[in-house]
Design a protein around this ligand. Structure first.
Ligand code: UDP
Ligand code: MG
Length: 232
């Protein structure tokens, strides 16, 4: 039996799940190892394709800063490169989506393990349209992380190695799961930013523009046909 406060929290959470299911947003999961360029490329996608970027790691770091009751636990887990319990991350993602007002989201750095994935789908009833996977060698990712100087407590060689291990053991199986469903769009992320973005753009660009410049819409075809018919 829960206390009045617990019951209130539960009710609020269920309300959030319902509202999100009603919103039924388009979601793209952006996955890849630490330093693979997820955040950088998401900024490009936001600029050109009208998505809102939600980085699970950024939301967790903001939660620590806000002085929340979970702050210390989250901070300790990030320093160790461990995965924060699903319910914490999912709650932050749900809140961010509901507060935002958009209905197209890039969810970056989540789901990080099978449990994250199953819990998100179970709770929100949302499945991703596809998964953008930035594939990059550990050598290159390590080089980027050690030179980015963002003041992150987990960008030291000891934590980086742990994050690589967690990615290999826990996150790659999530990518494999979605791959078996034909939902993974894999990008060679070891190249310079602009080159990687060219590949990213090709995935997000509307099909008509992508296929070729000669394809006409049905309306255009009808007009062309009518013009020809009028001539005869
Ligand atoms: N993290 C987590 N769950 C998430 C996202 C991030 O537990 O869904 C934690 C985890 O400890 C991770 C850290 O936050 O190592 C940093 O994540 P972020 O995505 O910011 O880093 P990246 O891997 O992109 O460099
Ligand atoms: Mg990131």
């Amino acid at each position: 039996m829960g206390s009045v406060v617990d019951d209130g929290k539960k009710e609020a959470l269920q309300e959030a799940h319902r509202s999100l299911a009603d919103l039924n947003p388009t979601v793209v999961f952006v996955l890849g190892g630490p330093g693979s360029g997820k955040g950088t490329q998401c900024a490009n996608i936001v600029e050109h394709f009208g998505f809102t970027h939600l980085s699970a790691g950024d939301l967790l770091r903001a939660e620590i800063k806000s002085g929340s009751e979970n702050g210390t636990m989250i901070s300790d887990m990030i320093k160790e490169g461990k995965i924060v319990p699903s319910e914490v991350t999912i709650k932050l993602l749900e809140r961010a989506m509901l507060e935002n007002g958009n209905d197209k989201f890039l969810i970056d750095g989540f789901p990080r393990n099978e449990e994250n994935r199953a819990a998100f789908e179970d709770v929100t009833k949302i499945g991703p349209s596809f998964v953008l996977y930035f594939d990059c060698s550990e050598e290159e990712m390590e080089r980027r992380l050690l030179s980015r100087n963002q003041g992150r407590e987990d960008d030291n060689i000891e934590t980086i190695r742990k994050r690589f291990k967690v990615f290999q053991e826990s996150s790659l199986p999530v990518i494999e799961y979605y791959n078996s469903k034909g939902k993974v769009r894999k990008i060679d992320a070891g190249r310079p930013i602009e080159e990687v973005y060219e590949s990213v753009k090709a995935i997000f660009a509307p099909k008509d523009e992508k296929v070729n410049g000669h394809r006409h819409t049905l309306m255009e075809c009808l007009i062309l046909f009518w013009m020809k018919w009028c001539k005869n």
